[in-house]
Ligand binder design. Structure first.
Ligand code: HEC
Length: 451
C-alpha cells in the first residue's frame, strides 16, 4: 500500500502533461522563420531599452544567442510564465495572453540553433507581426508620481508610491494599465487600493517609501492588479467593476531591477478606466491564505514542533510544505472566479490552488484545480485570467472547500534564498516565518471574482 504514493511522482514526472516537442526537419533561417517568433514572444523585453539585459531584435544580436534562446524556452524560463498544466493540476480552461511558444515554434528554434543559426536571405524575410497594442482603451485618467524615482546599484529595489487619483465620489474600476517610465529598470508592478489614505503618511517628500511584496499597509490595501513588461491591460469582465471608495489613494509598488550604475529617473504611470455609476455586478480581487499574521485554516505539517499548526519553514529543509484549508460557510454564496494567481516570496518553489466542490454541477469535477505555479519565481508573479466566458469560469460556492498548498526550499540550492539572504546580510539559511519582509514568507491565493 505504502509504495503506491511513493512511486507515483516518479512515474508521472514533475511536469506531467506538458508534451514533448515534435522534431523539426526543415532548415529554418533567421529571416524566414525565427525573427517573427522572437518579435512576438520575446520583443516586449529583449529590445534596446527593454527590461531584459540584452536585445534579441536583429540577427547580429540573436544569432550568437541561439543555443541559450532554445534552452531557455525548453526549460520553460522564457518567456516568463508560471502557470503550468501538470499531473496534479489541469485547469478546465487555458489562460488569456499566454506568451509561450507553440510546440512547432519551439521545434523551429531548436532546429535553427542546432543548424548553427543561419541568417538566410533578407530578401525572403517573413513579415514581422505588428507589436501588440498594450494601451488601455478609453482611459478616464492617468496618475503618476510628480517626481521621477532614481534607482541605482546592483540589488533589486522595492518602492511604493502613494498616488491620489482625486476620487471625489465612489467609482468603479473597469480597466487598468501600467505604463513604465523607464522600461530598462521597471521589472514588475503591483497596484493596491488604499481606502484609508494611510500611504500618504508613509511616503516621504517625493511621495514614495520602501516596501516589499505588498503595499506596506498590511492587508488593508486591496490588490487591484499585477503587471510585468508586455502585459495586456487588466479588463474587468463585462458589466462588472471593482469598487473604489471616494477619497481612496492608490499604492503602486514598483520592483526595480537597476543592473548597476545610476538609472535615469522613472515615473511609472497608471492608466485607469472608471465608471461613475455601479456596473451590473461587483468584481474584486480577493486575497485568501496566510500573509503577515493570519493563520486561518493552516494545517499541521511535518516540521511543526508543538501541538498546534505553525507557519515555520525550517532552515536547510529543501522540501517543506504549508497547507491551508478554507471551508466556505454553507451560505448561498457564489463567486465566479475569472482569474487566479499565487503569491509567495523568495523561498517558495511551487504553489497549488484547488477547490473541493461540495455538490459539483454539470461537468465540474469534484476537485477542481484553479492554478499551479510549479516553478514559482517571485520576479514574474501575475494573475492568470481564464480564457472562458464569465458564465463558464470556475465557481466557488458556499459549502465548498478551498485548498492552498505552498512548497518551499529553504536551502542555498534555491537561488531565491540566496537573493533573500544577501538582501538581509546573512550567509546561511535561517528559519522563515510569516511576514512582509524579503526573508519572510506568505502562502496567498489571489482570486479575481465576480459576486
Ligand atoms: C517579460 C519580459 C521578457 C520576455 C517576454 C522574454 N524575456 Fe528573456 N529575459 C528577461 C529578463 C528580465 C532576463 C534576465 C534574467 C531574469 O531577470 O529572469 C531574461 C533572460 C533571458 C536569457 C538569459 C538566460 C535566462 O534564462 O535567464 C535568455 C536566453 C532569454 N531571456 C531568452 C528569451 C527568449 C528566447 C524569449 C522569447 C521566446 C524571451 N527571453 C522572452 C525578460 C524577458
Amino acid at each position: 500500500m505504502l509504495l503506491v504514493p511513493l512511486l507515483l511522482p516518479q512515474l508521472v514526472g514533475c511536469d506531467g502533461t506538458d508534451a514533448a516537442s515534435p522534431r523539426f526537419t526543415g532548415n529554418p533561417t533567421w529571416h524566414a522563420d525565427i525573427a517573427p517568433i522572437v518579435q512576438e514572444h520575446c520583443g516586449s523585453c529583449h529590445v534596446p531599452g527593454g527590461v531584459a539585459p540584452f536585445a534579441l531584435d536583429d540577427y547580429a544580436a540573436a544569432g550568437p544567442m541561439a543555443s541559450s534562446m532554445a534552452a531557455s524556452v525548453e526549460a520553460g524560463t522564457m518567456p516568463p510564465w508560471g502557470a503550468r498544466r501538470t499531473a496534479e493540476c489541469q485547469p478546465r480552461f487555458g489562460f488569456v495572453d499566454d506568451p509561450r511558444l507553440s510546440d512547432e515554434e519551439e521545434a523551429l528554434l531548436r532546429a535553427w540553433a542546432e543548424d548553427g543559426a543561419p541568417e538566410g536571405d533578407p530578401a525572403t524575410a517573413a513579415p514581422l507581426p505588428s507589436p501588440a497594442n498594450l494601451s488601455l482603451v478609453d482611459p478616464s485618467l492617468e496618475v503618476a508620481p510628480a517626481v521621477g524615482y532614481v534607482t541605482s546599484g546592483n540589488s533589486d529595489e522595492f518602492r511604493c508610491f502613494s498616488l491620489d487619483p482625486g476620487l471625489a465620489k465612489n467609482a468603479w474600476l473597469t480597466g487598468l494599465q501600467v505604463v513604465p517610465g523607464n522600461p530598462e529598470v521597471v521589472h514588475h508592478v503591483l497596484v493596491f487600493a488604499d481606502p484609508s489614505g494611510d500611504s500618504a503618511a508613509l511616503a516621504g517628500a517625493d511621495g514614495s517609501y520602501d516596501c516589499f511584496g505588498g503595499s506596506g499597509l498590511g492587508l488593508g490595501g486591496g490588490l487591484l492588479g499585477a503587471w510585468a513588461p508586455g502585459a495586456f491591460p487588466f479588463e474587468a469582465p463585462e458589466n462588472t467593476g471593482i469598487a473604489l471608495e471616494a477619497g481612496s489613494l492608490l499604492v503602486m509598488q514598483v520592483h526595480y531591477h537597476p543592473g548597476g550604475g545610476v538609472a535615469a529617473p522613472d515615473a511609472t504611470a497608471l492608466q485607469l478606466r472608471l465608471a461613475d455609476s455601479p456596473p451590473g455586478r461587483a468584481a474584486m480581487l480577493l486575497l485568501l491564505g496566510n500573509a503577515s499574521s493570519d493563520l486561518e485554516g493552516l494545517q499541521k505539517g511535518d516540521h511543526d514542533q508543538g501541538a498546534r499548526a505553525e507557519f515555520r519553514i525550517p532552515a536547510d529543509v529543501a522540501d517543506h510544505t504549508e497547507a491551508i484549508r478554507y471551508p466556505i460557510p454553507p451560505i448561498g454564496l457564489e463567486l465566479q472566479v475569472f482569474s487566479a494567481g499565487t503569491h509567495m516570496h523568495y523561498v517558495g518553489t511551487d504553489m497549488l490552488i484547488e477547490v473541493d466542490h461540495a455538490a459539483p454541477q454539470g461537468d465540474e469535477p469534484a476537485t477542481e484545480c484553479l492554478v499551479q505555479t510549479p516553478r514559482w519565481d517571485f520576479n514574474w508573479q501575475r494573475a492568470y485570467t481564464y480564457d472562458a466566458p464569465l458564465d463558464e469560469v470556475p465557481v466557488i460556492r458556499g459549502g465548498d472547500t478551498l485548498r492552498l498548498r505552498c512548497t518551499y526550499d529553504n536551502t542555498l540550492a534555491n537561488p531565491g534564498v540566496r537573493t533573500a539572504l544577501e538582501d538581509a546580510g546573512l550567509t546561511a539559511p535561517t528559519d522563515v516565518f510569516l511576514g512582509e519582509a524579503t526573508l519572510d514568507e506568505m502562502c496567498l491565493g489571489v482570486f479575481g471574482v465576480v459576486l
